[in-house]
Structures are given as C-alpha cells and as structure tokens.
Design a protein around this ligand. Structure first.
Ligand SMILES: *Cc1c(COP(=O)(O)O)cnc(C)c1O
Length: 357
C-alpha cells in the first residue's frame, strides 16, 4: 500500500462555489484566481473544471500562465503582478496574456515592446492596500500615455481590498470612496475590485469583474457567516501504528505533550514535510473514521500523533481527516494561528492529490 497522505479535491465543489460567486454578482464577469497552483488544489485540473464556467483566470506569474496554456486552457489569463522584466513581453505576446501594470517600469517596457498585437492592460490603482499600484490621481495621465503607445487594446482598472474580511472596518468604504472620485474621470473603463470577501460581503465592490480565489476552494474568509460554500480539499491520512503510553510519558519530540492518564495513541503518516503546520497545538480537532478526536504531541516531519483512547474501534488503517467536509478548515486555521489560504497553499507535492468530478 502507498503512503496514505492524500488531498482529495472535489472539483464539483469548486464548480458549485464558482456558481455561488456568479449568483452573488450576476452582472459581473468572473476571473477565477488560480495562483499558487490553485491554492494548492492543482492549477490544471481546477482550470479545466472551470474553463466553461468562468471568463478568465488570474495567476501570479508567467510560469503559472505557461502551465495553463500548455495544458490547453484558452481562457483569458491575467498576470496579477504583471511582468517582472521586459524580456517576458515576447512570451506574454505569444501566450496572449493580459497584464497588470502597477509600476512605471512596466509602462515604459510596454511602450518599447515589439508586440505582434496590442495587449489588454489592467491598470492597478492603489486605493489603500499600499502594496501595488498607482495613486488614483496618476491614472488619467497613464491612460493617455498607454493610448499613445498603440500597443494596448483594452484598459481595465483594478484595485485590491485590504480588509474586506472585516465587516466592521472602515477601510473598504474608504477604498471605495477613493475609487469613486477616480471613476468620475474614467467612467468609460471597466473596473475590478472584489476578492472573495468582497464578493461575499460587499456588493458595492462587484463592479465589472470579480476576482475570487479562496472562496472557490470553499473556505469562508468572513467569520460568523454561512454563505453556503463547499469544501474542495479534504486532507487525510491514516493510522500507521498504535501504542499505549502511561501517565507522565511524553510523546514524540520534546515534552510538548505529557500524558496524565493511560492513553492509546495513533501514529499518522502526515507531517510538516507534507505542509501540515508544525506549530499545530495539542487538542487540535481531527476526525478518525468519522469520530471526533484530537492531535496530541508535536507534529514531526513525516508523522504526527492522535488520541485513540476513547475510540476503541480505531486501529492501523483508520482514516484521519485533518480538514475538509467534516473538519472546517476555518477552525483549524484559527487554532494554528493562520488563515485557510496558508494551510492549503503549503501542502507539498508529496501529498497525493486525487480528484473527483
Ligand atoms: C490573490 C488575489 C485575489 C484573490 O483573493 P481571495 O481573497 O483569495 O479571493 C484577487 N485579486 C488579486 C490581485 C490577488 O492577488
């Protein structure tokens, strides 16, 4: 038998979540964000599953775009950070990619480029994220400049929300207010604002193009809401050994966990070399053959340990779910001091991905 660590990917759940995004923003086009290997779910299978349903895909870099084109994905593809050096423009031209332009050096490179046909430019506006983008007041001048170059087909304005996952924060309203002023001058241009929390919680951000990522994979970025998403990834492995320990015994490395009663322990084939967080705390919920239990002891590189004491039927071969349809990834992320985005992105290639359609 092969090593049992698996990420089971439910492509139908991803399609369901994309439909939900479309239902919430019926007048917007959908750019599905599949950067970072589709948040660890596998960019090619995810893009194939969504190709007929979405208007485009967003990726972080040309390497990710090339992988999708090589796999026969013909949808519109946007480089979310544009290009890093001017020499990428030849391939951008050949692969027919849309580019984000967030800095002057990119504008300059396009003006100098030798393109076979004009490209679509998503002009990034900094409305308060303060990461990428031009100040709103610089945008009208940049549009004129790009128009003069004649190498740009479509221009789309794009901005990114810094705190849409926090319904109480004023940041999103401030960002929208800065955009509104700009749109008075650029009302003819399509606009894209919303990431997943924008799609789910802020209808005013839907605009012409929505850009959901995380919600497609079923994790809800807004606490205490139930939008009806379906978990796309189930991370699971199996018990590969059992043992008994006595009160006072420690478990695995260090003395992160010390038994205070006689315990039956299951050793599971999953560790931090699979991307499972090493700092996962004692008491983290898991499900073993459908029954609730907990992680005990330090996560090691290839293994971790769970409590079987109150599960008399659990044995070698028992299936352990770490997150998925039965164990909410939002809970696991909270307990591990992170967000679902990081948990799914970190799952390494050693974990076999299996797909259901
Ligand atoms: C990653 C990313 C998104 C998607 O964000 P989610 O919160 O995962 O929906 C949207 N837009 C840009 C520019 C991004 O980099």
């Amino acid at each position: 038998m092969a090593r049992p660590a698996r990420a089971r990917i439910d492509l139908d759940a991803i399609r369901h979540n994309a439909r939900l995004a479309q239902t919430l923003a019926p007048d917007s086009q959908l750019m599905a964000i599949v950067k970072g290997n589709a948040y660890g779910h596998g960019a090619v299978p995810v893009a194939r599953a969504l190709a007929d349903q979405v208007d485009g895909f967003g990726v972080a870099c040309i390497e990710e775009a090339r992988e999708l084109r090589d796999a026969g994905i013909h949808n519109r593809l946007l480089l979310l950070e544009g290009f890093f050096t001017a020499d990428e423009l030849d391939e951008i031209d050949r692969l027919r990619l849309d580019v984000t332009v967030h800095s002057d050096y990119q504008c300059h490179a396009i003006e100098q480029a030798n393109l076979s046909e004009p490209i679509a430019v998503w002009l990034k506006v900094n409305t308060g994220m303060n990461r990428l983008g031009f100040a709103p007041e610089d945008i009208p001048g940049l549009i004129q400049r790009l128009d003069r170059s004649r190498l740009v087909s479509e221009r789309i304005l794009i901005t990114h929300l810094a705190q849409a996952d926090n319904p109480g924060a004023s940041t999103t309203k401030d960002q929208l207010a800065r955009l509104e002023k700009l749109m008075d001058q650029c009302s003819n241009l399509p606009l894209s604002i919303a990431n997943s929390p924008g799609v789910l919680g802020w209808p005013a951000t839907h605009a012409n193009w929505i850009r959901p990522g995380m919600m497609l994979f079923g994790a809800n970025p807004i606490a205490d809401t139930q939008p009806g998403l379906k978990a796309a990834m189930t991370l699971e492995s199996a018990v590969i050994a059992e043992r008994r320990i006595e009160p006072g015994d420690t478990l695995g490395y260090g003395d992160h966990y010390r038994a205070n009663r006689p315990m039956r322990i299951g050793v599971v084939a999953l560790g931090y070399a699979d991307g499972f967080p090493r700092h996962a705390p004692n008491g983290l919920p898991v499900q073993i053959d459908g029954h609730d239990s907990v992680l005990v002891g330090r996560v090691s590189m290839d293994m971790l340990t769970v409590d079987l004491t109150d599960l008399p039927d659990a044995r070698v071969g028992s299936r352990v779910e770490f997150w998925g349809s039965n164990v909410p990834i939002e809970t696991i992320a909270l307990e591990c001091g992170t967000i679902p985005y990081e948990l799914v992105s970190q799952i390494t290639a050693r974990v076999t991905r299996t797909y259901s359609y």
